[in-house]
Design a protein around this ligand. Sequence first.
Ligand SMILES: *[C@@H]1O[C@H](CO)[C@@H](O)[C@H](O)[C@H]1NC(C)=O
Ligand SMILES: *[C@@H]1O[C@H](CO)[C@@H](O)[C@H](O)[C@H]1NC(C)=O
Length: 586
Amino acid sequence: MAFLTPGAIFLSRCLVSLLLPSAVIAGTRFILKTQFDIFIPIWALVTGGALGIPVVIIAQLVWAEIYQRRRAAALGARFVPRVVGRWPGNIDVLIDAIEKMRNSYPADGQWDLMKHYGTTYNFYLTWEDTIMTYDPDNIKTILVNDFPNYVKGGKFRKAMASVLGTGVFNSDGEMWKFHRSMTRPFFVKDVTSDFDKFDRHADIAVEKMKERSRAGYAIDFQDVISRFTLDSATEFLFGKNVDSLADDLPYPHGVAASHKMHSSPAEQFSKAFTHAQYIVSERSKLGWIWPLLEIFEDRTKEPMKVVDSFLEPLVQYAIEKHDSDDVKEKDEHSETLLDHLVKLTTDRNVLKDELLNILLAGRDTTASTLTSVIYLLAINPTVLDRLREEILTCVGTSAKPTYDDIREMKYLRAVLNETLRLFPPVPFDVRQTVHETTWPSKDPTEKPMYIPAGTNTAYAVFIMHRRTDLWGPDALEFDPDRFLDERAQKYLVHNPFIFVPFNAGPRICLGQQFAYNEMSYMLIRILQNFSTITLDIDAQSPETRVPASWAKVPGRQSIERFWPKVHLTMYAHGGLWVKMNLAGYT
Ligand SMILES: *[C@@H]1O[C@H](CO)[C@@H](O)[C@H](O)[C@H]1NC(C)=O
Ligand SMILES: *[C@@H]1O[C@H](CO)[C@@H](O)[C@H](O)[C@H]1NC(C)=O
């Protein structure tokens, strides 16, 4: 059905259920006429059919409500507090959420809902339950304790399918197990601590940044680092570096015009992939009505053409390599994920889906965190100085950091953790329940909360990581020491589920150790070479600068000086433009 738009498929399904009342009436008319000789005119039939549509819909909603109330009562539970909007179906709440996703700070508006409804509530958008939670116990239930009952599920899968296909982030059950078991061997310790996988790319990236700095220009750090993670990931996982760092870096706003800019394939891929992710995450927010916005076109089609054409040569390369005999002779150690994958299937679509999912896991998240770290260091020079001090003491000004160096560097790890706390690369996520269940209430005198089967349960680590009641009154501040001083004992050690940047349970991030190493290595290399980092807002294109209206909003939003946005992962809208001073060692 590839030629049908999501909207067309959706409408044809709706049509069937909507025609039901007309069919019933037509049947009744026929019986009345043939058996009792009572004649109903056609106009009455059509009106009846039209009026019947809302009747059927309302009847279904009422029935669902009655059913849920009875089930909740039977389990001694209560409903999760429902958000009460102004318009039917909370359409106003939905429009507001989409508007904020497009034009505001992550989770803007949700803090108010939390104050009003508590840390677990039901958005109840377009008459559909969407349970949102910021609560560490519930998140633990979803990810670990009751893992089998919380799947990605059909709703998520349909919304994501045109981008993520059947890859690891979009599959459950056997398909998911297949992906996991295939990927796991590539993250064993001797592989993840082998820095040869990325040190060459790190050198090139640092050299590029030095060149631009010497010329006096600001650098879009997000762009450089996304290329670094793209080149490292494609080499490590697929055995074929796409060499995106070889292309010219972009110039700052205002300067750009005087340079002839051609956009490289890697840049086009990045843009298109960002766009595609944005669309699917908007679908997920819209809930079941999303296909109605895509009646005439699948909005991911154009960007995915670009993404596919970028991946095609990699797939081709893998298949050719597989066909040539020498690969079979190779020892297991030099086998890449792609080599391994091609042994199991040569289905181009499966290969392409897997590549894209792994790139999302290995490239976007690491680039996201490194971008956030550089931003936070730029606005916290004392932290930057202390981190440099640790680096220069442990590693020196030019040596390559080793695995043991990195393990020793407590402050570095705390800086990364603190960054992952404030800007988790996957800030929001969702699962769908298989069976009905209940979640205990915070207040033990209250009944537990009823969670129906087939319901979306969304969780926002972004908000949980910033809750002052979980992290202390200074939760919104960037202070790496909270992972080292008595605050770690006081908050985190007793309650480790308040910090889950890598998820937890059976779906925990496989690349966690690899990511810490890669990020640490890169950060060390950068700070060996540069002594200061400052934001350069003027280098940013004007429409991506932080809106003045943010200054009046409570929370970090009022002090933020870059624009964090979220699709499936977090990124800096318009890039992160910084000026960096070369370190002058004497
Ligand atoms: C800077 O980084 C490069 C490569 O990443 C390294 O070779 C060099 O020694 C570093 N330090 C200085 C002071 O240039
Ligand atoms: C950083 O967080 C991880 C959990 O992801 C934890 O195991 C580690 O102890 C933390 N380290 C520091 C120094 O904060």
